[in-house]
Design a binder for this molecule. Structure first.
Ligand code: B12
Ligand code: SF4
Length: 453
């Protein structure tokens, strides 16, 4: 049986999709856990065309909520051609009944426990509609199928060492999707880190951990990083800000080659941090914590979300300067999105603030799909776009690059310069749509972003 795994994608903004920086791990991970008796291909819609007339017997779709309409479009096309279609991932897990309107089968939760059984059932013509993947220990997970990645991704080595996160941020589905905190055996992670069949030196050099919160279990992270020291890699991941208080860990991070850490800072407003259920973030400590990473030469990437209950258009726009002043090297700016399975969704549904007319395409982290507390949806969209333009203006992008030259180690500086340059260029090339139209259709949306086909 031939299996084609499609990582669904739709452009989220007008410009900047010419470069594809880091690939998702999901498709190549699913391919790796596919028993060798099946032929498997992975298609990343982000960089590859979809061939509806493929010879595959089973199509497996993985997608986030924002890509659900595109996934359903693909499912319809494949089903028209007599293919069986299975779907999984964060959206499918929380909307299985909806998925079954378009697909033959849905996987709720993690694939490891059910994927082989599902494939056997499909091969024997007895595919069930639902499979529920209970979280298993992470031992024995094979190295992702890097050999199946398209060359257009600049970085290639994406690794997952752990799953889960002990925090419960209001906008995040991780605690429900990947309950608890599980770790892979260090020796197995190191095998992925040592994989060397990449074309370019930087692809052999860089390790991008796509973990939820890699550093949370100190004993584990110390063991992993100690094993990484002799490998002389450059690595990046997502972590919570408490690491800044652990000098010994920061020093080990530097020695093992850490060049970038992503912090979910989210906001500068105390009320907004409360709304985010993020009491661990202390606004008056941001600058010192970022400084602690800079002292080791590590680049600080940070996520900020606009639209919490404490936010106003003014506080949102003000973030452009605040994030520069606190020392952030690369900002990631999103709009609050009430994904199913989150506390933010439960609250907004209860308060009847979800905009019912909005399709899933607007759940891409970059559009408004709910009624904010202190402003209209239009004001939120405009404030976010203004923040984006200001944060990636020539002035702030240039200042961040110059500052990083003096504060960061070489690899971290390169990362910072590349990302700021990339976003600044995107900012200079075109303006994103500014006005909010609650009744926009999917066709209008895809016209706006110029994609879908
Ligand atoms: C790494 C990551 C990223 C990376 C890589 C993105 C990518 N395309 O993979 C980056 C930083 C780029 C990113 C960006 C965003 N992300 Co993100 N990201 C994650 C994170 C932390 C890990 C995902 C991962 O790779 N896990 C490891 C792989 C192996 O597992 P997996 O993907 O979970 O798949 C498992 C199961 O879901 C299942 N499965 C998945 N698909 C399928 C398909 C089939 C057929 C089957 C059988 C099983 C199956 O089996 C797999 C193995 O167990 C998750 C959190 C999480 N724990 O899921 C959020 C998460 C997926 N991201 C999320 C969001 C919202 C975003 C953004 C929209 C954020 C923003 N505001 O911009 C952007 C969108 C990016 C884009 N592609 O356009 C949400 C999605 C929620 C939703 N309902 O859609 C999550 C769940 C976090 C959250 N906030 O709740 N993200
Ligand atoms: S710290 Fe990050 S991964 Fe953990 S719950 Fe909050 S947003 Fe999700």
């Amino acid at each position: 049986m031939r299996v084609e795994i499609i990582v669904v994608y739709v452009k989220r903004y007008l410009f900047g999709h010419e470069a594809h920086f880091v690939p998702p791990i999901t498709g190549i991970h699913l391919a790796a856990i596919t028993p060798s008796s099946y032929q498997v291909r992975v298609i990343h819609e982000q960089v590859e065309p979809i061939n509806f007339d493929t010879s595959a017997d089973l199509i497996a779709l993985t997608f986030f909520s924002g890509f659900a309409p595109e996934a359903y479009r693909l499912a319809r096309e494949f089903k028209k051609r007599g293919k069986r279609v299975v779907a999984g991932g964060p959206h499918a897990t929380f909307a299985p009944d909806e998925v079954l309107e378009y697909c033959d089968c849905v996987v709720i939760g993690e694939a490891e426990a059910v994927w082989a059984e599902l494939l056997t059932d499909a091969a024997h013509g007895r595919l069930r509609q639902r499979y529920v993947g209970k979280p298993l220990p992470l031992d024995g997970i094979p190295t992702p199928r890097y050999d199946l990645l398209p060359r257009r991704f600049f970085i290639q080595r994406v690794v997952q060492a752990t799953r889960g996160c002990p925090f419960t941020c209001s906008f995040c589905t991780v605690p429900t999707l990947n309950p608890g905190f599980r770790t892979r055996p260090v020796s197995e992670v190191i095998k992925d880190v040592e994989y060397a069949q990449f074309r370019h030196w930087w692809q052999r050099k860089v390790v991008w951990f796509w973990d939820d919160n890699l550093t949370i279990k100190r004993h584990y992270i110390r063991t992993l990083l100690t094993a990484m020291v002799p490998l002389r890699k450059w690595w990046l991941t997502q972590a919570s800000m408490d690491i800044a208080d652990d000098g010994a860990l920061l020093e080990l991070m530097k020695r093992s080659g850490c060049i970038g850490i992503f912090f979910g800072i989210e906001s500068f407003g105390v009320e907004s941090l409360e709304d985010a259920h993020k009491p661990q973030n202390k606004v008056d400590k941001y600058r010192d914590k970022i400084r602690a990473l800079h002292d080791q030469g590590i680049c600080v990437m940070a996520g900020f979300i606009a639209g919490f209950d404490g936010d106003t258009p003014e506080t949102i726009v003000a973030m452009a300067k605040q994030l520069y002043d606190t020392g952030v090297d690369v900002p990631f700016l999103s709009i609050l999105t009430p994904y199913r399975g989150t506390a933010a969704y439960a609250k907004m549904a209860k308060e009847a603030r979800i905009l019912g007319g909005r399709g899933w395409e607007f759940y891409n982290g970059y559009n408004v799909s709910f009624r904010p507390k202190n402003m209209s949806p239009d004001q939120l969209l405009q404030a976010h776009r203004t923040l984006w333009r200001e944060a990636f203006s020539l002035k702030y992008s240039f200042l961040r690059i110059v500052r990083s030259f003096f504060r960061l180690r070489f690899g971290a500086f390169l990362m910072c310069a590349f990302m700021n340059g990339f976003y600044c260029l995107k900012r200079l090339r075109g303006n994103e749509p500014m006005s909010f139209n609650e009744s926009s259709t999917y066709a209008e949306f895809t016209n706006l972003t110029g994609t879908a086909n």
